[in-house]
Structure formats: C-alpha cells, structure tokens
Design a binder for this molecule. Sequence first.
Ligand code: XMP
Length: 524
Amino acid sequence: MKQASAPPDHQRLLIIDFGSQVTQLIARRLRELNVYCEIHPYQKVTDAFLAAFSPGAVILSGGPASVIDQGSPRPPASVFALGVPVLGICYGQQVMMQMLGGTVERGGGNAEFGRAYVSATEQRMPLLEGWFESGREQVWMSHGDHVSAIAPGFEVYGTSPGAPYAIIGDAARNFFAVQFHPEVHHTPNGARLLENFVRLAGFTGDWTMGAYREEAIRKIRDQVGDAKVICGLSGGVDSSVAAVLIHEAIGDQLTCVFVDHGLLRQGEAEEVVTMFRDHYNMPLIHADEQELFLGELDGVSDPETKRKIIGKLFIDVFQKHAGDVGGAKFLAQGTLYPDVIESVSFSGGPSVTIKSHHNVGGLPEKMGLKLVEPLRELFKDEVRALGRELGLPASFIGRHPFPGPGLAIRCPGEITRQKLEILRQADAIYIDQIRKHGLYDEIWQAFVAILPVKTVGVMGDGRTYDYACALRAVTSIDGMTADYYPFSHDFLGETATRIINEVAGINRVTYDITSKPPGTIEWE
Ligand code: XMP
C-alpha cells in the first residue's frame, strides 16, 4: 500500500481520482484555500489506506467511466462510514448516488457539455453561502449520464435544464454532490462552493508556506542526519528552491553541482554561480564541461540523438563531480507534486514518447544514493511562494522555465558555436524587449530559435546572407498545452528591428504562432 505522505500535524483532505482531466484543479483550488490535500487514484484507496490517511473530508472526482457499466470504478463503501464530509463531483456524484441508493441513467437528451446555468431551489444551505446572490449561477458541465433519482436523505439545492439534481445534499451526514465541475474557471463561483465545503468540514486553512518551510526543514534534518547531500543545480526555480531550503536545514552538508554544458543563455552561468556561491555561501561545484558537450554534439542534427547525448553526458559529468564530494549518501531533487501524482488510465496503453526529457533519473540507483525531495508536495506556484518565503530574489523566482538540454533544442539542425553565440544575443534582446514592455510575467515562456536556413537581405547598400530566427512566446498553465502570445505588431516590429540591427548574423525575424497541440513549445 502506498503510504500517505502528508505531515501528520495538518488537517488533510483526500481527493479520490476517477480519471477526470481536471482532477488536479480540485487540488489547486483547495491549496489556494490553504487546505492540505492529496490526490490518489481510486484503485489505491482501500479501507486500510483510508484508516492510515485519516482524512478530514473526502472529494470524489469526475471521470470518464459510466457507473452503469459493469465493473465501473467505485470508492470503498467505508468512505461513507468515516463520519467525515464527502463531496461528489460529476462522476463522483453519480457513483455516490448509486452506492447510497439513488439511480443513474444514461444520457439520452440530458447530456450536457460546456456552459450551463444552475438555479436555486428553496433549500438554502451553508454549502451555498455566496451562491445565487444575483440569480442563477454559471457552471461548467461535462456529463453524458445523469442522476435520475436521489438517494434517501438527500435534498435538491440547485437544478439546471439538463441536470435536475445539479446540486444535492444530505445535511445530516454532510454528504454533498454536484453534477458540474466547481474546480474549473468556467464555473466562476466554483471556488466559493469548495471553500464552503471545507469550512463545513472544519478546515481552518493551516497549510501556509511559513508552516511548510519550518516542517520541511525539520523533516530534512530528520532524514539526513549528519550525512552529506548533493544537489544538481540547473538554475531553474525548482532546483534552486530545493537547494536553498536544504541549505537552510543542513548548511554545508549540502554541495551543489552546476553543470555548464555550453548550452546556457547569455550570462546564465555567472548569474547562478554568483547567486549561490557568493550570495548564499553554498558549497558549489561549477563544472565547466562546454568542450565535452559541444564536442560530442558536433555534426549531430537529429533532435532525439541530441537529447540522448546530452542526457547521458549530464549523468556522467554529475557522477564524476559528485564523486569529489566524497561520501554523499543523498541526492536532492526538485521533484514537484504533479510529477508524483499517479495518473488514472482507463485505456491502459503506454503513451507515445514525443520527446525524451532529460533528468538525473537512474542516478540514485547507480550511485547508491537515497533521494531528498522536499518539494514533492508542492505545485509550481507553491514552489515560487516558498522561494519568496526563503528570500530568493523575485527576478529569479519568476523566471520562465528553461529546458535541461538548453539551447541545443532551440538550434534545429547542427549546433555550432557561432550559431549558439548568435542565438544568445538575439535571445537576450528579445527578453529585454519583453521586460521593457512589462510583459514578462504574462508569458509562460519566451525564447528565440535560430533556424537552419540562411536568407538574403539588404542592409545599407549591401546584400546580406544570414540566418533567420523565430521568436516564440506562449501562455500556458502547466506546459502541457499552450497558446501563442498575442504581441502587438508594434512590439514585433520593434523587436525584429533591434535583433537585425544589433546581432551580426541574423537578417530575418519570424514569429511562431503555433499552439500546443499541434506544435510543442520547444522546436525540438
Ligand atoms: P514541449 O517542447 O515538450 O515543452 O512542449 C514543454 C515544457 O517542457 C520544457 N522542456 C524540458 N524541460 N528537460 C526539461 O527540464 C527537457 O528535456 C525538456 N524539454 C522540454 C519546455 O521548455 C517547456 O517548458
């Protein structure tokens, strides 16, 4: 059985996942309310698990299955005997009704997808405080089946044209259920409903970053004792916050290894080294391995081959330098909560590898190291909040993500030092433009890619034959899907002019307006 990982001194809420695309958003909304919660797939939630987890409330998520089908997913019946509030959402509502004595029917004319409006019945409950104040509420529906009769003890609090039992509850037992998704932004007042639910369940909102920091430090000290820890520092937010937190806990028992593979942005290596070694006084090995990486990448143009070479070299180099630390027993990583949530799959098939992401996977076993992962319970924006709590500069915390393989995957085709230098200069101007226009924080990620094509231009009275580049800027929540950022034409024109005037080697600038999917954020 998987052990619950929450610190015991927090009230905790259990989200049982039935495979909805938006289950993570339930956790996001609850974390925003300072409520500690964990998502676990329904297959894992046994009676023993429930007893060990000891939740203060339970939420049953949505999911793609139909409760009418044989063998459809269910929570254990003991969920309803814990004596704690339970909220069912969409599929969670239907499974709750089916298990407690109501009935569910197949869609027919009642399927609803997208925006719908729920009206209140006369029943007004604490669950609905702040709801229906100006009439009906907009909600987001996504259901084929619907509840056709509610279980004994339940009353109707809200209805929509397609869902007569849009909001139902049994106030005596504190069981509630909604047909729509309160966790998504298209249900504008949904967070309020979730807040009412957790307040009803007695949650006081004790999950704060200050408390988390103290606890994490205590846990790191308990885990590590007086052993040595090594940490691969990439200069990204996650590994930086992990390093600062661990350093605060165990001081110089921690050594960071920063691998410069020659594929970093302008000034990046100096920035990272100055901050961690000089500002934080952290033992830091600056492994300058540019020659090694660029040498091995010479003449390579296939994207996957590039990624594999970089991944392998990174592990070799890390291992070599980590050996210098001597006797390290732990490896620190900036693993986040979305990386550890086990996904619920009904199709069962393996997913296609789009790109081989490189990380230090495999190292712990190879080197006989145990993992220290102090950010395992946090979402990205919580890591940023923790970074602020730890005093990391705002400019560092708000940085756009940067991929492990660095500029290699922004240089389609063969990588040359000349191309990398041109790319660095263009990228620095582009980011400078974005900052000057106050757009940096609105954008998930922005960068330049240098294209493997030269084009003809005219500058002054002369002919030029130089590289073309592409500007990329996307908005995204998690990097899984993305849309291009709608810069003004003035911004694009001004930026293109600056790049062409200031960077020798580029005479044409394009803007990439591909969303993800069908594109990806990086070019390789
Ligand atoms: P794609 O290009 O797959 O990128 O749409 C999604 C996000 O992941 C980042 N990315 C990586 N990050 N190692 C990383 O640490 C990698 O190998 C890697 N490849 C892509 C990318 O920058 C974007 O934020």
